[in-house]
Write a protein that binds this ligand. Structure first.
Ligand SMILES: [Zn+2]
Length: 141
C-alpha cells in the first residue's frame, strides 16, 4: 500500500485488514492481488490474530475467483522482493491456460475490460460477505 500506489479503479474489495486489487493488465485473466493495509513485510510481522484474518480474507477472495473462473487449481504467491509490503498474488489456473505444466511465468499479458474487473470484484465481494469493510461493497459498480 505504502510502497505501491493503489489506484481506486483497480480496487475490487476491502476488508478491515486488506484490499483486493486488480489492474487491467495481468499474467492470467483471473489474477488479483490481496494487499495488507498495514505496513509489514512478512506475514509473521502481523499480530497473530491478524495473520489468521489476513489469510481468511485472502481465501475468500481466492474462492470467489476460483468459482468465477472455474479454476482447476488456485496458485498463491507471496514474494515481496520487489515490493517489500505484504501482498498475496492469486492466480486461478485452468486446464487450458497458457502456463499448463509450469508455474506462472508472467510472460503473457492479458487485458481485462472494466466489465471483467467488475465481475471479479462482485465474485470476491460475494465471498467476503460480512467481512467487507463498511462502504466498500459495490466499490466498482
Ligand atoms: Zn508498506
Amino acid at each position: 500500500m505504502c510502497a505501491q500506489r493503489l489506484r481506486a479503479d483497480w480496487l475490487l474489495a476491502e476488508t478491515r485488514l486488506c484490499v483486493v486489487s486488480a489492474a487491467p493488465e495481468a499474467a492470467l485473466p483471473g489474477y488479483a492481488c490481496v494487499l495488507a493495509k498495514q505496513h509489514v513485510v512478512e506475514p509473521f510481522e502481523l499480530p497473530e490474530p491478524d495473520q489468521a484474518e489476513f489469510f481468511t480474507d485472502a481465501m475468500a477472495a481466492a474462492r470467489g475467483l476460483a468459482k468465477l473462473f472455474a479454476a482447476t487449481k488456485m496458485n498463491y504467491e507471496i514474494h515481496g522482493n520487489t515490493i517489500p509490503h505484504l501482498h498475496m498474488h492469486l492466480f486461478p489456473r485452468t486446464a487450458r491456460d497458457v502456463y499448463v505444466g509450469y508455474p506462472n511465468h508472467c510472460r503473457v499479458r492479458f487485458t481485462r475490460t472494466p466489465a471483467d474487473l467488475d465481475r471479479m470484484g462482485q465474485a470476491i465481494r460475494d465471498e467476503l460477505g460480512a467481512r467487507l469493510w463498511r462502504g466498500s461493497a459495490g466499490q466498482r459498480s
